[in-house]
Each structure stands twice: as C-alpha cells, then as structure tokens.
Design a protein around this ligand. Structure first.
Ligand SMILES: Cc1ncc(COP(=O)(O)O)c(C=O)c1O
Length: 395
C-alpha cells in the first residue's frame, strides 16, 4: 500500500517577493509595513505538493492559449460535492467563474433590479454589502443575534424583512464568516421555506464549507429540498487549498430557469470561465488526494483555533466566539474601549494586523477577526502579545 503523505503545517515559509496582499497592503491599511498580518483570509500554509505538481506539469507545456471547459473539471466538482458534502450534483448545474465575489455580483445584477433590496445577516463578509451597494441595490440588514456565545438567525425579524415587496435576494454565508457558525439543517430549511414562500432567491456562499471541525458537519443548501427551486450555491478551492490567487470558483444551480438567468448575467460580462491553471487546480484538488490533505489541514486548523480561543478567553474583557468552522476567530474587544484605540494598540503595541469588525457591517464595530491559518510558531506568540497588551490594562 502506498504510504500516506503527512503534511507539515508547522513549516514557516516566507511570502516575501510573492506580492501577497496580506503583506503588501499592510502599509495602506495599517500604516505599518512591519506589523504581523493575521487579516486577509488566506493561509500562510502551503498548497499541497501534489497540487503544485499538477500545475508544474502543465507549465512544462509552453502554450497557454484558450482552453475548453473539459469534463475532468466538472467530474471533480461532482465527486467532491458528493464525497465531502453528500450533495448530488448534475454537471449541467455547474457554472465556472473566477471568484465567489464575481458570482455574488452576477447574481445581484442578473436576479434583481436597481432599487431592489438584498438581505444580509450581519456581521458578514464585507462584499455582501459592497457588491449590493455598488450595483445600486439596497442592503436589508437583518443582524444575527448572539446567544450563549454563538450567532443565531433572528427569524422573527427576517420574516418581517422578507415580506417587503422590494426584497429579491438573500445572501447567506454558510458556514458563517466571521462567526464560524455551522448552520443546522433545520435552520437552513427554515430559511429556504421563508425564501420560497416570499419569492426570494437564496444565495448560499459555501466557500468555507471544507474547514469544519468535528463533531460539526457542513450542511449544504443543495441538500435542503425546499431550496432546490431557488438557490445558488457558490464554492471555490481558494480557502481550502490556499489557491485564491488562481481564481478558480464555481456555482451550482439546480433550477433550470434560475440557472438560465444567472448564466445570461455571466455571459453579458464574459465572466463564466476559470483560467487555464485554475482549471488544472480544480480538477486536481477536488480528489481523494485533496480529501486526504483536507482532513489533516482541518485537524491542524482546529487545534490552532482552539488554542487561540483558549488564550483569548482567559483575557478579561474579551469575548471570543469559538468557531465551528473556518480558520477565523471573531472576538469582542468593546470592553477595552473605543475600537480606533483598540485597533491602534493591536497594531503598535501587540504588532498584529487583524481584520477590523466594521468590514463585516455596523454590527461588527468593536470586534476583531484573527486569521489562524498560520504556522503555530507564528500564530501563538502573536496572540500572546495581544494578551500581554490587554491583560490587566483595560481602557
Ligand atoms: C464568505 C466569503 N466569500 C467569498 C470570499 C472570497 O472568495 P473569492 O476570492 O472566490 O471571491 C471570501 C474570502 O474571504 C469569504 O470569506
């Protein structure tokens, strides 16, 4: 039997010279090019070697012209969704695109009209707001409630918002960024029911669905019967395989009429494809080898997030949401004073660049998100610096 590959996530690999946004944009966002970056949600962990080998193999051929959308890409997606998420997908339901945010924008453009409203359950990934607004639509924010340290959907408020005539689309982050919440089948079914009865299309952004910590399991909207007529599920290999720079994403729409409208939107701006290397990466990543790597990655990230939560939970005046999914830890620093002050102390005294909560909407004010997808030897000392800065030093 072939020996199983053991991945080394502790290796520290410099990203210098790679134009990594997380590093290059520090000066612009934090006023310091030296601060250690735990913000942009990509990993300081390497893409698995088997996947890099597939890319290298393709690079050995010296022509990089137009490529067809070949079956191996669709077969890989179908296999992954079945094998990893128990979802049966017909290859005809799949549309490629360069990024999940592209699909979000296309959904807004092709499925709503200017002046319509899009529901978001905030705090949530910033482009849910910015894409809606950039396209001249209104954000109908239905903030999540915090109960016993985790986010809950406010179904009563949602029902009222849904009933507004101009609401056409609901954007769900499943699992949730920044709270790391895994939505249950019954919550998803309730959402799907509300959307179906109010004629609202449901966009389920499932980009974080592969990083889920046992005993939790990802529940895809594709497995919710009542969503089959009006849902779009978007995914990508970007987070799981650290390939966001390759821009390889896809969406899945079971309903033929909805798919036709969405694809027309993709075609209008010529956005319905993935670049040549992205296709190679998709076909290689979504495989048994990829599943093996993912299992080890989830183990590593689960321990990272657990250790970070443990350290921060011991800090008086900081409330931490222990993530059920994602490599992100969402923490409430409001008891330590106004967020601009806390932000400065994090940057200048603790030497860490975290995502500020207002990126996720007004409900995120005073919160910070820590990206834990870093080798432990980098991550844990950074969290220790945060603890040292805020310990016994309330504002
Ligand atoms: C919920 C969510 N959706 C989408 C994205 C971005 O995906 P893409 O690079 O495919 O646009 C991110 C990145 O952090 C995210 O957290």
């Amino acid at each position: 039997m072939e020996e199983k590959i053991i991945y080394d996530f502790d290796a520290v690999i410099s990203r210098e010279g790679t134009f990594a946004e997380k590093y290059e944009a520090r000066e612009r966002f934090f006023g310091s090019a030296a601060v250690e970056p735990f913000w942009v949600a990509d990993m300081d962990l390497p893409t698995p070697a088997f996947l890099v080998d597939h890319l290298r193999e393709r690079l050995a051929h010296p022509m990089f012209g137009y490529t067809e959308q070949y079956n191996a890409v669709f077969d890989a997606i179908v296999w992954w969704m079945k094998n990893q998420h128990g979802a049966t997908v017909d290859p005809k339901w799949i549309s490629l695109s360069s990024s999940v945010v592209t699909s979000i924008s296309i959904a807004i453009q092709s499925l709503t009209e200017p002046g319509d409203s899009v529901i978001v359950l905030s705090p949530v990934y910033g482009p849910f707001f910015s894409c809606t607004q950039a396209n001249g639509r209104n954000v109908a924010d239905c903030p999540l409630r915090i109960e016993q340290g985790r986010f809950e959907i406010d179904f009563a408020a949602l029902e009222k918002t849904m009933a507004q005539a101009d609401v056409k689309l609901l954007m769900l982050c499943n699992p949730h960024n920044p709270g790391g919440r895994v939505w249950s089948p019954s919550e998803l079914a309730q959402l799907a029911h509300l959307c179906a009865t109010n004629g609202v299309i449901l966009f389920s952004d499932e980009i974080h669905c592969d990083i889920v910590y046992p005993p939790h399991r990802h529940n895809s909207m594709l497995n919710i019967a009542e969503a089959s007529g009006n849902c779009i599920v978007a995914h990508s290999i970007g987070k799981t395989f650290n390939t966001s720079g390759l821009q390889a994403s896809f969406s899945i729409i079971p309903d033929a009429a909805l798919r036709k409208r969405f694809r027309a939107g993709l075609e209008r701006v010529h956005a319905g494809d993935v670049n040549l290397l992205g296709k190679v990466a998709l076909a290689a990543a979504l495989s048994p080898e990829g599943a093996d790597y993912k299992r080890q990655l989830v183990d590593y990230l689960g321990e990272n997030t657990r250790l970070v939560c443990e350290k921060l939970q011991a800090l008086e005046g900081v409330d931490v949401m222990a993530p059920e999914a994602t490599f992100l830890v969402w923490s409430d620093f409001r008891k330590h004073g106004a967020w601009p002050e806390v932000f400065k102390r994090l940057i200048h005294n603790a030497d860490v660049a975290l995502s500020g909560g207002t990126f996720f909407g007004p409900a995120g004010e005073g919160w910070f998100r820590i990206n834990c997808a870093h080798p432990r030897s980098k991550l844990l000392p950074a969290v220790d610096r945060i603890v040292a800065e805020f310990q016994n030093k309330p504002h």
